[in-house]
Design a protein around this ligand. Structure first.
Ligand SMILES: Nc1ncnc2c1ncn2[C@@H]1O[C@H](COP(=O)(O)OP(=O)(O)O)[C@@H](O)[C@H]1O
Ligand SMILES: [Mg+2]
Length: 319
């Protein structure tokens, strides 16, 4: 299958520090990639280059077969690359529907919109026409009257029209319906869509953020430590959601410290160490031990023979 994303030899330096050093990998539709590495390995820096936060100092990114360079995160998002950070960028005091449509609210359409524009135009246009006509008549007699009337009418209509656009009523019912549909398509259960987001659990918020991205046509999803702040059952739900996304053709790059999580969702695991890609493994054909030894380097594992055992106990690779 044609990869949806190809990162080729990406490099990023901060002063003298090479945070990401010549890293390449592909992402195919429907694939989940686990991106792992110790703290400071360059994971976040790498995905920030793909999501438009940083400009690479070297290398190229191809998305849907075309070479791309993203000016900023908005640019990447417009082209379909969504990144979900831990803060999620939800509006706490708004409900689920309003959050899915945040900044892109649906307006009541057609009649009400049209009529309100005509109404506001008339309300502002007619008095202005009279006023201008009256004023202009004093200076230029009848031609002035006509000119003043037309000017007043035109100006008033334009102002009224703009005013109507700005004060347009938001179509809450339609947004609620669309939101419910978006959540359902991803098998997300949220008891009440009219809840303020602040009352939702961490996993539910995560789901709302993901549903929003999908609703707005995300073609690829990047998640940086999505389960770090969640309880166990919530973690499961988010991981299930990641698989649902993949099964609907949306690939996911997921950064995680937690080996169990990575093995639960990833098809492929890419390992970074000190900015370099030190391995790429098919999840079904490798083991957490192997991944950890790549993460920390063979010599470290050798010195600290306890790591693999600790891993067996809690599945965590925090070292
Ligand atoms: N904005 C920055 N300015 C300077 N150094 C940075 C910046 N962001 C990250 N780094 C450094 O780059 C390296 C990789 O960081 P990061 O990508 O955050 O690693 P990870 O996400 O794998 O923990 C680290 O050494 C970090 O200190
Ligand atoms: Mg990071």
């Amino acid at each position: 299958m044609e990869p949806i994303l190809r990162a080729v030899n990406l490099t990023k330096k901060f002063g003298g520090l090479v945070a990401v050093d010549n890293v390449s990998f592909d992402v195919s539709p429907g694939e989940v990639i686990g991106l792992v590495g110790d703290n400071g390995a360059g994971k976040s820096t790498f995905i920030k280059m793909i999501s438009g936060v940083y400009q690479p100092d070297g290398g190229e990114i191809f998305f849907n077969g075309k070479k791309v360079s993203f000016a900023d995160p908005r640019d990447a998002r417009d082209q379909g690359i969504e990144t979900i950070y831990q803060d999620l960028a939800l509006a706490e005091n708004l409900d689920v529907g309003a959050n899915i449509f945040l900044g892109r609210e649906l307006k009541k359409k057609f009649f009400s919109e049209f009529i309100s524009r005509i109404l506001f135009s008339a309300v502002l246009g007619l008095p202005l026409a009279v006023l201008f006509a009256w004023a202009a008549f004093h200076f230029f007699q009848w031609p002035g009257l006509l000119l003043g009337m037309l000017t007043g009418l035109g100006l008033g209509s334009v102002l009224g029209w703009l005013f109507a656009c700005v004060t347009q009523l938001v179509d809450r019912r339609k947004m609620a319906g669309e939101s419910a549909g978006a959540l359902k398509r991803l098998d997300i259960e949220i008891p009440s869509l009219t809840q303020q987001v602040r009352n939702l659990s961490g996993g539910q918020r995560q789901s709302v953020a993901i549903a929003r991205s999908i609703y707005w046509n995300a073609r690829m999803m990047i998640m940086d430590e999505p389960t770090a702040a969640l309880g166990v059952s919530e973690q499961r739900k988010v991981l299930t959601l990641v698989r649902t996304l993949a099964s609907q053709g949306v690939p996911v790059i997921i950064i995680s410290h937690n080996m169990q999580d990575v093995f639960a969702v990833a098809d492929r695991i890419v390992i970074l160490r000190r900015g370099k890609k030190v391995g790429e493994q098919i999840a079904a054909k490798t083991t957490p031990d192997k991944i950890v030894s790549l993460m920390v380097g063979a010599e470290t594992v050798h010195k600290m023979g306890v790591i693999p055992r600790a891993l067996e106990n809690n599945g965590s690779a925090k070292v």
